[in-house]
Design a protein around this ligand. Structure first.
Ligand code: SF4
Ligand code: SF4
Length: 154
């Protein structure tokens, strides 16, 4: 009779503390939903954030990718480069954002590519914004309030 084996399987890397991840692992956390590339409005005093369907001028609406990722912060000053330190208070990110969810102790959603094994599962679940947004050049800042949208929540 063999003795029962101890479960030795390591948990997936995204269940480790965010500060311990390699750069490659950190980048893999992004599901490429591009929700964080939309303009948002924050209600004064409440910290409630409302997202719009108005996309940053650097977002490639076909590929759903930043057109100048390495220089994004210089090109667009309001674009924040995510770090573990910045995630200490991630209220300004979308509810579904993998970084926010992990920072808040929540699991990755089933449609996240790291769990589904398929990049397409983001769009299939309704969580990819591309095809459903307008360019910021088409919208005056004062009109942003008319573009609020409640994206799918997970
Ligand atoms: S909201 Fe989060 S997961 Fe989605 S594109 Fe932005 S950083 Fe990546
Ligand atoms: S600069 Fe790039 S990464 Fe930053 S918000 Fe715009 S499209 Fe997104």
């Amino acid at each position: 009779m063999s003795l029962p084996q101890e479960a030795s399987e390591e948990p997936p890397f995204w269940q480790r503390p965010l500060a311990t991840l390699s750069r490659e692992q950190w980048e893999q956390l992004c599901d490429r939903c591009a929700k964080c590339c939309l303009h948002s409005l924050e209600e004064r005093g409440s910290r409630r954030v409302y997202f719009t369907n108005v996309a940053c001028r650097l977002l490639d609406l076909q590929q759903c990718r930043c057109r100048d990722y390495p220089n994004r912060s210089a090109e667009v000053p309001r674009c924040r480069t995510l770090t573990p330190e910045l995630l200490a208070d991630p209220y300004w990110l979308p509810d579904s954002c993998a970084y926010r969810r992990l920072a808040e102790g929540k699991p990755l959603p089933e449609w996240h590519p790291l769990r589904s094994g398929r990049a397409e599962s983001v769009a299939e679940s309704g969580n990819c914004v591309c095809g459903r947004v307008v360019r910021e050049q088409q919208v005056k800042p004062a009109a942003l309030k008319y573009h609020l949208i409640d994206w799918v929540r997970c």
